[in-house]
Design a protein around this ligand. Structure first.
Ligand code: 0WF
Ligand code: ZN
Length: 495
């Protein structure tokens, strides 16, 4: 009897399964269920490299690493998952009320629609509460995200979810965002974890509106909404480089613009370039970095000749979205303005490649003693620095916001290094789960990357000391203490 070897990806990770061709269907299914860390009620789907669904059975065709299957946990059978009964009955009462009102009024009144949205939102929030995950009732947010491999964008369930988010976004965008939220949005202490995707899109709309972009660049609200929705759809469900990261980077940029009073120092078009670059800077990120792309000789590396393949791709996707007339927020710009925005966005997005970090920071340092907001070169490097700072600014946020981001990033890094090991590719040491710990990776990053970068920007804008530099210093202390405690614990166990 032969043994079959199957290569497949699950949650973005490459895995290898072996089974005898005479084993039962149930055994094969159990094997893949275990690989996906799926529960007994989850539904598994297997796709071949051309995207067709195939049966999970002993007859599954053997393959090699370059023609991997993709295993997905597409949904859990919610019927069998206990949702708190109170919430269930609330939902039932709402359905009942809705059908009664529908009978009498012929349409769902706004108040019922809103109540339904609130119940749904509450359910989703409950499902995402990490500390309740041990109950086994709900899905952990990261776990849920990890269930989609990078290439599953716009799978059927995803399309339905995206359409739901779109409807929710459009419905909510007609409601008023309070002054309190608008002000909070201008600060680095804003907590992204409190907001759902549709709400984040409303907040992005607020940013474009409150910086007067709609008025100055003659952007129709519907076009902006289509654009924001397409941007949302083009971020993958991966642990770190997802839509939430895009939102955080854009929100940090927005906060920095207000804190540094850049509205009165730069032209509106420069602010528009910076905010839109932040929004688009990681579009369609696959969860594997440039080093991986180059070493694995991926399509992206081949397309861009190993030169910042990811950043080139993010930028190309951005202009692909903008090439659709219904999403083109640049359509009413003059050709000069369009050229400036396109050139500016390309420069800002390509500047987010960390391989160019020292080059860009050194250029900025040279300008500082004579910095002039009217000088084109000075302005250009400042804009790049602003996008770079926003991109890696998680540690400038309150610890309760920043720490889960580090967990997400390490999850993505570990996925990459696991794949590199399986494929026999070089493993980046700071991504290796056997070599790094949370505090060790963060103390060096803060000391050698964040503090030097944030210190230079603070020289130009001293007010940033309290908003970004001090929180990062506190984060360094936090992770240094954690590192010491871990070392002491290890020492105590040895002796
Ligand atoms: C975990 C650490 C790290 N920490 C962050 O807060 C952060 C924000 N963005 N990024 C971050 N990386 C990266 C995501 C993609 C590009 C930037 N990493 C960085 C690495 C471990 O450690 C170092 C330490 C010093 C110098 C270079 C890398
Ligand atoms: Zn980023």
């Amino acid at each position: 009897m032969t043994t079959k070897v199957i290569y497949f990806t699950v949650n973005g990770k490459l895995e290898k399964a072996e089974f005898r061709s005479d084993c039962s269907i149930a055994d094969v299914k159990d094997l893949f269920r275990a690989a996906a860390e799926a529960g007994p009620h989850d539904i598994l789907k297997m796709y071949n490299p051309s995207g067709s669904m195939v049966n999970i059975s002993p007859r599954l065709e053997a393959n090699d690493m370059d023609s991997c299957y993709r295993l997905e946990v597409v949904a859990s059978d919610l019927q069998s998952v206990a949702v708190p009964t109170e919430l269930d009955s609330m939902e039932n009462r709402l359905h009942h009320l809705e059908s009664k009102v529908l009978e009498e009024a012929g349409k769902t009144p706004d108040i019922v629609f809103e109540l339904k949205s609130q119940v749904e939102a509450f359910k989703r929030k409950l499902e995402n509460v990490k500390h309740l995950s041990w109950l086994g009732l709900f899905k952990d947010k990261n776990e849920q995200q990890a269930k989609f491999s990078p290439k599953t964008r716009r799978s059927r369930q995803n399309v339905q979810e995206q359409e739901r988010v779109r409807r929710q976004f459009l419905h909510m965008s007609s409601l008023q965002v309070t002054e309190e939220v608008r002000e909070h949005l201008k600060t680095p202490i804003f907590d992204n974890w409190q907001w759902e995707e549709a709400e984040m899109m409303v907040l992005l709309q607020v940013m474009y509106t409150d910086l007067d972009f709609l008025m100055v660049f003659h952007i129709e609200l519907e076009v902006l909404q289509n654009f924001l929705f397409e941007v949302y759809c083009h971020y993958n469900n991966i642990p770190f480089h997802n839509f939430q990261h895009c939102f955080c980077v854009t929100q940090m940029m927005y906060g920095l613009i207000w804190l540094t009073d850049l509205r009165n120092k730069l032209e509106r078009i420069d602010l528009f370039i910076m905010l839109t670059s932040a929004l688009c800077h990681d579009l369609d990120h696959p969860g594997y970095n440039n080093v991986y792309q180059i070493n694995a000789q991926t399509d992206l590396a081949l397309r861009y000749n190993d030169i910042s393949p990811l950043e080139n791709h993010h930028c190309a996707i951005a202009f692909g979205i903008l090439s659709k007339p219904e999403c083109n927020i640049l359509k009413n710009l003059s050709s000069e303005q369009y050229k400036q925005v396109r050139g500016g966005m390309i420069k800002c997005i390509l500047a987010t490649d960390m391989a160019r970090h020292n080059e860009i920071l050194n250029k900025f340092k040279v300008t500082l003693p004579v910095f002039d907001f009217k000088n084109k070169e000075h302005k250009e490097v400042l804009m790049k620095i602003m996008v770079k700072v926003s991109d890696i600014s998680n540690e400038a946020r309150p610890m309760a916001v920043a720490e889960p981001w580090l967990d997400c990033l390490l999850q993505e890094f570990f996925n990459q290094s696991d794949t590199e090991k399986l494929k026999g590719l070089p493993v980046t040491p700071f991504m290796d789960r056997d070599k790094v710990s949370k505090p060790s990776s963060q103390t060096n990053f803060i000391r050698f990357v964040l503090l030097p970068l944030f210190t230079e920007l603070t020289k130009l804008f001293p007010c940033l000391e309290q908003h970004i530099l001090e929180p990062v210093r506190r984060a360094l202390e936090y992770y240094s203490n954690m590192e010491k405690a871990t070392q002491e614990e290890a020492g105590a166990t040895k002796s």
